[in-house]
Design a protein around this ligand. Structure first.
Ligand code: ADP
Ligand code: ZN
Length: 379
């Protein structure tokens, strides 16, 4: 056995696989170390044609394009790559237009596999390209941020931004395979890692009290990328999201629970301009604390639970209040953003609120006066 093969086998033993059951659109998520180096062999059985187009961004390319290309070549897969600038600004119509023209220029067919190598931005724009090119081609995701591994790689949502708002142009398009390589997180900045961690905590808060307790004890191990703890957290998050998505692929009901903390978070992101100033997961951390505090103020959830949530998120270094980003006493502005949310119907602000840690529900119409008073006073 060659050295390369031996390490292939060694790593394979650490892989965990999760099947997302969506009938003919079912697919597997593989979580484990060294997956990029094995990507070619893992993807090949799903390919209808030995041609792959890699879509990535400049940062991710620097670290991982060469190993991915090598692994495709080793499996006899022809490839070409389209590299985008990093950042949310990339998810616009202009970049999308250039991207699809470039990919069409490579001479693709229906059986061509698009590979999204990157974080949520790459996953979203590449996924939407795959959904629309030739009315839909196959794609696989190799999420390289913790956020993308636990969130955007499950669910099949793809989208780009327009001048009217975020993610307003998109499609549901499921990947054929997701490879969540734990090794790539080593180059991810701590702040981006924490941003993904907030979404992991969300799964405990919305549906699994024991998982949240486990995170209180083991969260630091996840954040220091200790193999077993990290795999457990990623897998658990994907499993919970997959269960919810399977029950509700097109977001009719239960899937809304995934928005715990997000109505507040989107308002905070809109107010801070969707950029570096406040990362998505940081906004979600504050949003979840607000959801627990508001539920406590309405006497729906116990105050102790709200305190526990604030304590844990704060202990790992996530922001937990409006003052952390200078947005206290901006209730009117935040409410204005909340009323513009995609999910608002006839002016009613729906909120996902907790009953306790591990249990959430959708409140179809949040009481307007209480919400205003709450945000006025929130620190
Ligand atoms: P998200 O997945 O959080 O939505 P992005 O796709 O915007 O985010 O990625 C966040 C930033 O991290 C981008 O600048 C991206 O280029 C960079 N990045 C993504 N994955 C890695 C990685 N594994 N190592 C280093 N930087 C990365
Ligand atoms: Zn989110």
């Amino acid at each position: 056995m060659t050295g390369a093969l031996r390490s292939f086998d060694k790593h394979q033993a650490e892989d965990e696989r999760l099947r997302v059951e969506l009938g003919p659109r079912s697919y597997e998520i593989v979580v484990g170390p060294g997956l990029i180096a094995r990507a070619g062999r893992l993807i090949l059985p799903l390919m209808r044609r030995r041609q792959a187009i890699i879509v990535s961004d400049e940062n991710v390319t620097r670290h991982y394009l060469a190993p991915l290309r090598a692994s495709l070549a080793e499996a006899g897969i022809a490839e070409a790559s389209a590299i985008l600038p990093p950042g949310e600004e990339t998810k616009d119509l202009a970049h999308f237009g250039r991207l699809v023209e470039e990919i069409l220029g490579f001479g693709i067919e229906r059986g061509t596999m698009l590979l999204a190598l990157g974080g949520g931005v790459v996953g979203d724009i590449a996924g939407f390209a795959a959904a629309s090119l030739l009315r839909g081609i196959d794609f696989a995701q190799i999420p390289t941020t913790l956020l993308a591994q636990v969130d955007s790689s499950v669910g099949g949502k793809t989208a780009i931004n327009t001048r009217s708002g975020k993610n307003l142009l998109g499609a549901f398009h499921q990947p054929r395979l997701v490879l969540a390589d734990s090794d790539v997180l080593k180059t991810l900045p701590r702040r981006e890692l924490l941003s993904g961690y907030a979404e992991i905590v969300k799964y405990g808060l919305l549906g699994d009290r024991e998982f949240f307790s486990w995170l209180e004890e083991q969260g630091e191990k996840v954040l220091s990328l200790e193999g077993a703890a990290l795999r457990r957290a990623v897998l658990k998050s994907c499993r919970m999201k997959a269960a919810i998505v399977t029950a509700d692929e097109r977001e009719a009901g239960q899937r809304a629970l995934l928005n715990l903390g997000h109505t507040f978070a989107h308002a905070l992101e809109a107010e801070t301009g969707f950029g570096e100033r406040l990362l998505h997961g940081e906004a979600v951390a504050i949003g979840m604390v607000l959801a627990f505090d508001f539920a406590a103020a309405l006497a729906i959830a116990p105050r102790e639970d709200a305190e526990r949530v604030r304590r844990h998120l704060g202990s790992v270094g996530l922001p937990t209040g409006l003052s952390a980003i200078g947005l206290q006493r901006k209730a009117e502005r935040l409410l204005a953003h909340m009323r513009l949310d995609k999910k608002v119907e006839e002016g009613r602000i729906a909120l996902v609120l907790p009953r306790r840690i591990g249990e959430a529900f959708v409140m179809k119409e949040a009481p307007a006066r209480e919400l205003k008073e709450f945000l006025d006073a929130a620190e």
